[in-house]
Design a protein around this ligand. Structure first.
Ligand SMILES: Cc1ncc(COP(=O)(O)O)c(C=O)c1O
Length: 404
């Protein structure tokens, strides 16, 4: 086993060596600009980009003409939200999203609020899913866009995208989904899901960082966007800038391998994830899974270990790369807003660990991670007066704490 063990595959994934092989020629001899129309270097680059465009389109059931290459899902989400808001602003100023979206969606909508748009932030239920009735009731004749993520990056919960898409279609509202964590992990199809815009990132699916795509539907309806980057009019005018040819080739290649291996890989990852979950839950008490187990990515596990502080837990497992439910924002350690949206109190939100199992994790590694987590949680609890009180049968909610 190679230490430390990487199990933070929602943050980023290692580059698949096969993807690197596909990219290499475009860093070396085939360095042309895909927009150079009058020589072989340009033609080679353009051909590689168009092959990648087909590979990306294929994994989501789209047409290659509907793929716009970007610098990653942050940019794709910004372009979808701001591009639609600007283009359709005359028709209405209302956008619906959810409290558990990625920061780049929430920060984009906050920016739009400053420009006069009205944003509805749907709450989620305790299992992390949005309530479809609430979504339906939130729609008005001013609603131009619904943006709800396919699968959550912290808790792996998969939204009922098909039903959301159907609802949006019935109401004539555009539907954008941030599918960064879903594409390549579970089947995604923009036609059957009724999706109009969909964001993708290469580095979450064993491709390189700094490259992604936005799917923009061309037929029924033909979606139009106001470009957020002005320049040479690349990508059918929607995203100017010289194309990152090696990165795009890497994204295409990552999609190719993910599509070919998805079913097998999902089965293996689900087995490993369930093994990890079962061991943690059977050997530790006061331990809770965050989010629905039924509607969940096969590689995600997010667990709160009560009476253990998440950061201390991470410090105790320095040979394992996982992520805590807290994000270090400036000087303060804030609990995850996603877990809080599920109704978790600060304590449980602070004591959570996200495990993201990936293509290169082995069963031996999963066993090690389970053993190590169990040992560290037990040790930390031995030092916890609260845990001791609970074990003595004291109801902590009834304790009168006094400050001296
Ligand atoms: C759900 C989700 N959306 C968007 C992003 C941003 O992607 P990128 O790193 O490609 O900008 C991430 C990655 O952190 C993510 O998990």
């Amino acid at each position: 086993m190679q230490m430390p063990i990487y199990m933070d595959n929602h943050a980023t994934t290692p580059l698949d060596p096969r993807v690197l092989d596909a990219m290499m020629p475009f860093f070396k001899d085939q360095f042309g600009n895909a927009a150079s129309r009058n020589h072989a270097f340009g033609w080679q680059a353009e051909e590689a980009v168009e092959t990648a465009r087909k590979q990306v389109a294929s994994i989501i059931g789209a047409n290659a003409k509907e793929i716009v290459f970007t610098s990653g899902a942050t940019e794709s989400n910004n372009l979808a939200l701001k591009g639609v808001a600007e283009m359709y602003g005359e028709r209405g100023n209302h956008i619906i999203t959810a409290a558990t979206e990625h920061k780049c969606v929430l920060d984009s909508t906050k920016k739009l609020e400053k420009h006069g748009y009205r944003i509805t932030y749907l709450p989620v239920m305790a299992d992390g899913l949005v309530d479809l009735d609430m979504l339906r009731e939130s729609m008005t004749d001013k609603t131009i866009l619904v943006s709800l993520m396919y699968a959550n990056n912290e808790i792996g919960v998969i939204q009922p995208v098909r039903e959301i898409g159907k609802l949006c279609k019935e109401r004539g509202v555009l539907f954008h989904t941030d599918a960064t964590q879903a594409v390549g992990k579970i089947p995604v199809n923009v036609i059957s899901d009724n999706v109009d815009l969909l964001s993708i990132s290469a580095h979450k699916m064993y491709g390189p960082k700094g490259v992604g795509a936005l799917y923009v539907r061309r037929k029924s309806p033909r979606v139009q966007l106001t470009a957020q980057m002005d320049g040479g009019g690349h990508e059918r005018g929607m995203r100017s800038g010289t194309l990152n040819v090696p990165g795009i080739v890497g994204l295409g290649s990552a999609c190719h391998f993910a599509a070919a291996e998805m079913a097998e890989e999902a089965k293996r990852l689900r087995y490993l994830r369930d093994k990890l979950k079962d061991r943690l839950l059977s050997e530790l008490d006061e331990t809770y899974v965050n989010g629905s187990m039924e509607h969940r990515l096969p590689n995600n596990l997010n667990i709160s270990f009560a009476y253990v502080e998440g950061e201390s837990l991470l410090m105790g497992v320095t040979d394992i790369a996982v992520s805590s439910g807290s994000a270090c924002t400036s000087a303060t350690l804030e609990p995850s807003y996603v877990l809080k949206a599920l109704g978790a109190g600060d304590d449980l939100a602070h004591s959570s660990i996200r495990y993201g199992i990936g293509r290169f994790n082995t069963e031996q590694e999963v066993d090690y991670v389970a053993e190590k987590t169990i040992a560290v949680v037990k040790k930390l609890r031995e030092l916890s007066p609260l845990y001791e009180m609970v074990k003595e049968g004291i109801d902590l909610t009834k304790v009168q704490w006094t400050a001296h």
